[in-house]
Design a protein around this ligand. Structure first.
Ligand code: ADP
Length: 753
């Protein structure tokens, strides 16, 4: 099918498609058009990676907008939202505005109403529904990317409930669900009352196989010799072999540390295949990467990139990731070692995909657990770049014959697992039942069951009894904690319940926070950081060997800071959780004491992306705590707000005012402070030469900061930097490195430099 034959598109779009290289639709794409994707028809497309799902989504959204509607594109990961937005911005010439909804959870973001396409995560859409964003009623088309993730125990239920709610708000909504190839795509289509396109078609042939000994055995029985020399690792041999034919490799491993270690080793392999020009290009790229942040991760990444390899995991910052992905796409980087988390969603095709680790540590499972077939197939799908590679190869590694047989059984021959709703899990039910009652979707117990009947769970469940009993347990919990009132059949959310739902908190987090806040009138920052760190909404930092002792000691040392009862050492699981929350709390305290990012990364064994993640989550949870404290008229409101601000800016108490000036940042605020400019008001009055000196002579920066502080004449023309201010400011850097312990000491830290 040619683009010109697609009905319902805005004029000019078909020509534009042809100009951008889409001369003909891929067969599965054509099938979606035949089934009415551009005419408002709901559809589930279950097709392999790289078979052009994005275009299917775009066709649906463009035609919907052309008919006067608004489209919503739901992404599975926040990190993908801006990428998708950038991708859709190619339609700007057709008067299509794209918006991205990333703002904080507790808002309805009215401005989004003016956009034609909005990109958001399912959590964000869920919260928009809870906050009653009126523009949701105007939606005509919603796309759910990677819809097979409804299967995910943690995040799946949100996607499931969100789709059910959107369909209820707008009964004739077009729903386009994009899925990996799963066995029971028909169940998903059934649930969504949608047409189904199911296909195994790929733009590039894919061969899958297992490497064992000195050869890869492929699924068609053919073998390719890839000898492994003595002392060489099979992965290295495979990457080297691919490079002999100028093919790139994507290696999947099971942890960040493994990704970094493998990249270091593979860098020696890729380095041997570089031309002089490539070496120059990589040197420039490495510098760019090192400039992204001054952390060890940044330097480590730069070091391997210089030699043509890279690692890729969720600990990288967004800038790192896009630099690495771009360079891999244009073949400057020859091999990437990745954890599966992000790589699944990112468009980084490669000649050869090597699944080195097919088992991963799983806490609930209590050991190393084999990856799901679906996940491994998603990794396989990254093999073969259309237009670049004649074919793609995906290879698993076996150490012995038995493993080789197992891998063939488990991954090469096997069909992926069916998608199975996880809605009946209690944490999911807690959150979603409260939200469903609070936002008025259901006002009675039977209304609630009725709503749940529109979920995938109901489509799949044989017995409704299990669902009913979970619902009753959860309602009892919500009632006991004061989030809902039950009056016979009638259900209403209490004020507290409404707040919790709008704040997007797990009710269990809210209950923990409320109890903790009630336990102390004048909580310390550490106490508050610990409180939010022990809620189910904060991802845990694992305790490493030795940590148990360190944090047990700290736990006794700072015992008076904790809000609520400290569990005894003999309550094994609870105590362990308490300590791991303490580790997170200590990280936050270090951050709010101006410790360098690099030092924090080293001390806690995390990457800069993790620090950012913890800080963002803490800021959100403390904001929620502040709202709860206000709602309940508790005395600790001010203490909570201050602890939140300190995390937000990453500064000690005395810098709070300065750090609130836009564009200042924690380091510059500290330098200004040391030079005697201690507040926003000081910025408006201070000698410009002092300000300039403290800002290391950077005129533009100084002007911008003065302007943001509200100074009338921010110009730095003819101002020269005060040397003394500059050296005071340098002294300040020392304070940033200095370890601080108690909150009490912090008030006097002005004396340091
Ligand atoms: P998926 O989301 O299915 O993994 P993408 O939508 O990212 O795959 O598409 C993979 C690549 O194929 C993109 O670079 C896209 O531009 C290209 N592509 C999609 N459809 C066509 C087509 N009909 N003809 C040529 N290239 C296409």
């Amino acid at each position: 099918m040619n683009p010109a034959d697609i009905p319902g598109l805005p004029p000019g779009v078909p020509d534009f498609l042809v100009e951008s290289g889409i001369e003909e639709l891929y067969p599965p794409q054509a099938e979606t058009v035949e089934k009415g994707i551009t005419e408002g028809e709901s559809l589930v497309a279950s097709v392999p990676t790289a078979s052009g799902k994005t275009l299917v989504a775009e066709l649906a959204m463009l035609s919907s907008v052309h008919r006067g509607g608004t489209a919503l594109y739901i992404v599975p990961l926040r990190a993908l939202a801006s990428e998708k937005k950038a991708e859709f911005e190619r339609w700007a010439d057709f008067d299509i505005d794209v918006g991205i909804s990333t703002g904080n959870y507790e808002s309805s973001e009215e401005w989004l109403a003016s956009r034609d396409i909005v990109v958001a995560t399912s959590e964000k859409v869920d919260s928009l529904v809870r906050n009653g964003a009126p523009w949701l009623e105007d939606l005509t088309c919603v796309v759910a990317d990677e819809v097979h993730l409804v299967d995910d125990p943690n995040r799946g239920p949100t996607l499931e409930v969100t789709l059910a709610k959107l369909r209820r708000i707008t009964p004739d909504l077009q729903v386009v669900a994009l899925s990996a190839t799963v066995d029971n795509a028909d169940a998903v289509a059934d649930w969504l009352d949608a047409e189904l396109v199911k296909s195994d078609w790929r733009p590039v042939d894919l061969r899958t196989g297992v490497h064992f000994g000195d050869a890869i055995t492929f699924d068609d029985g053919e073998q390719r010799e890839v000898p492994v020399e003595k002392g060489e690792r099979p992965t290295a041999a495979l990457v080297d072999d691919a490079l002999d034919e100028e093919g790139s490799s994507l290696v999947f491993v099971n942890s960040r540390r493994n990704a970094e270690a493998a990249a270091r080793r593979l860098a020696d392999v890729t380095a041997d295949h570089l031309t002089d020009d490539e070496r120059d290009e990589l040197a420039t790229l490495a510098e760019e990467i090192a400039d992204v942040s001054d952390t060890e991760t940044s330097d480590d990444l730069a070091a391997v990139v210089r030699k043509g390899a890279a690692f890729h995991h969720a600990g990288l910052s967004a800038d790192h990731r896009s630099l690495v992905e771009d360079a891999f796409r244009d073949r400057t980087i020859k091999a990437i070692c990745a954890t599966p988390t992000l790589a699944a969603g990112v468009n980084t095709p490669s000649r050869r995909v090597i699944v080195r680790d097919w088992r991963r540590y799983d806490g609930e499972f209590g050991g190393m657990k084999p990856l799901e077939t679906l996940e491994v197939h998603q990794m396989f799908g990254r093999a073969g770049r259309p237009g670049r590679d004649p074919y793609g190869e995906a290879v698993l590694l076996a150490k012995d014959h038995d493993t080789m047989d197992e891998l063939f059984e488990r991954y090469v021959w096997a069909d992926p697992e069916p998608v199975q709703s996880k809605l009946a899990r209690e944490p999911a039910m807690r959150t979603h039942l409260l939200a469903t009652v609070a936002s008025g979707f259901a006002r009675t117990r039977s209304g609630l069951l009725d709503f749940l009947d529109r979920t995938l769970y109901a489509t799949q469940a044989d017995d409704t009894e299990r669902l009913e009993s979970v619902v009753d347990d959860v309602l009892a919990y919500l009632d006991a904690n004061g989030f809902v009132d039950r009056d016979g059949e009638e259900l209403t959310a209490t004020n507290l319940g409404h707040t919790v739902s709008r704040l997007y908190l797990d009710p269990m987090s809210a209950a923990e926070i409320v109890d903790g806040l009630r336990a102390a009138d004048d909580p310390t920052p550490l106490g508050l950081y610990h409180l939010v760190s022990r809620t189910p909404d904060m991802y845990e930092l694992y305790l490493k060997s030795g940590d148990r002792e360190t944090y047990t000691e700290l736990c006794y040392e700072r015992e008076s800071a904790f809000l609520g009862r400290v569990p005894s050492e003999f309550e094994d699981v609870r105590f362990e959780e308490w300590l791991s929350a303490l580790k997170t709390a200590k990280l936050l305290e270090d951050w709010a004491s101006e410790l360098d990012e690099d030092r924090i990364a080293e001390r806690y064994g995390v990457g800069p992306g993790d620090i950012r993640g913890k800080v963002d989550t803490a800021e959100w949870l403390l904001g929620a705590a502040e709202r709860l404290a206000t709602e309940l008229e508790l005395d600790c409101v001010v203490a909570v707000r201050e602890a939140k601000k300190r995390v937000e800016y990453g500064v000690r108490e005395e810098l709070l005012d300065l750090a609130g000036v836009r564009g200042i940042g924690r380091k510059r605020a500290r330098r200004l402070y040391e030079a005697g400019v201690e507040s926003r008001a000081d910025l408006r009055e201070a000698e410009k030469s002092v300000v300039l000196g403290a800002l290391r002579g950077r005129e533009r920066t100084a002007e911008r900061i003065l302007e943001n502080a509200g100074r009338r004449d921010p110009s730095m023309d003819a101002v020269s930097a005060d040397d003394e201010a500059a050296s005071d400011a340098d002294g300040a850097v020392a304070t940033e490195e200095t370890e601080t312990a108690d909150a009490d000491q912090q008030a006097s830290l002005g004396d340091f430099g």
